[in-house]
Design a protein around this ligand. Sequence first.
Ligand code: NAD
Length: 424
Amino acid sequence: MNEPLSFVNPSPESPWGTYLSQVDRVLPYLGPLARWGETLRRPKRALIVDVPIELDDGSVAHFEGYRVQHSLTRGPGKGGVRYHPDVTLDEVMALSAWMSIKNAAVNLPYGGAKGGIRVDPKKLSLKELEKLTRRYTSEIGLIIGPHQDIPAPDVNTNGQIMAWMMDTYSMNVGATATGVVTGKPIHLGGSLGRVKATGRGVFVTGREAARRSGLELPGARVAVQGFGNVGSSAAELFHQAGSKIVAAQDHTGSIYNDAGFDMAELVPHVRRTGGVAGFKGAEAIGLEDFWDVNCDIVIPAALEGQIQPERARRLKAKLVLEGANGPTTTAADDILADRGILVVPDVICNAGGVTVSYFEWVQDFSSFFWTEDEINVRLDKIMVGALRNIWETADRHKISLRTATFAVACERILHARQERGLYP
Ligand code: NAD
């Protein structure tokens, strides 16, 4: 029999279990605010929906969808929507909580939320994908909205899917509501710079961490796991800064080139073929060999739980930049710390995407759009300022950057909770 679903007793290695252990570590640094700490350990609201669609062959398929609002204390919910066959409620809960932490860490006026559908979108036609997205949007329409909760792209979702979500929500409420989702196409109220913003944030935090730890970016060797939106954008910026992208891994395979890839060839290859496998300018390596590559920087930018203890013991890098959400298990995090490998945690490292989503939302409300330069400059400034604050907190308490990010964020969330009070 399946275990009863519970917010409080997950398996420790699951994403939600990982998040809870991260909260446990920060509570001692929160002083009297720790009194409110239990609110961080439970999502405010978790919605499970059935998403039935008629397939192209006339049969009917049912998919399970979720939208979890971990916290609405500092503002509307905000967080992406993921389409993946392994999506679970546990995972979506953790992702929603990490959004609360991330949004507070960069001081955006948002709570945290996340959504997902357990589906392999690669097996659906475009028409089926549209039906799936529209039905899911209608089902979660009960709790989303420009002032309630604002979805965005995540793994396997993109601007087209955001356009369908915006259209469906707008049809249901009877007025065009561009601010209901971010990551939209530019001509539908999207923001310049949004597509590459997460990768840019990974680069900016990586550049600052490298500077503080005396690592020169020109010539630095970089390995990237996940060559989608986040991984490829970050890799391109490191390449432009003179670093060598020596290894890449995605769901199609792993590749290596000791001299660094020709990015002008690799990026179009991935766009054309759907993955890194078969790239002529590199040799294919094994899945596990990727983690043994001689490099200075590793960027996990795929899924959760990729850096487990065994891989953490082998990793050769000096710096881990968590482009993905939750890529490092708690046990592996401790091993990396013992080995003196610096980790810039997801909750600040990949916050560039939601920061430019916030810019998009603000632009939609004011119907006044900024230039790409303005967006990139503001993004850089926010990320550098947030990281500086986190670094000072880490130095002051002698704690990891992850616990320091949680400390900064949880203080903001719990302070807001205290000021709002409990209702009734
Ligand atoms: P994406 O769908 O564009 O790319 C995902 C990449 O991961 C692809 O290259 C895919 O091949 C690879 N991948 C999937 N399964 C894999 C496996 N088992 N082994 C190796 N590679 C695998 O998604 P994305 O938007 O780039 O998101 C990647 C990560 O970044 C996710 O953890 C996501 O939550 C996080 N993130 C994304 C954003 C954003 O703005 N898109 C923002 C913050 C965090």
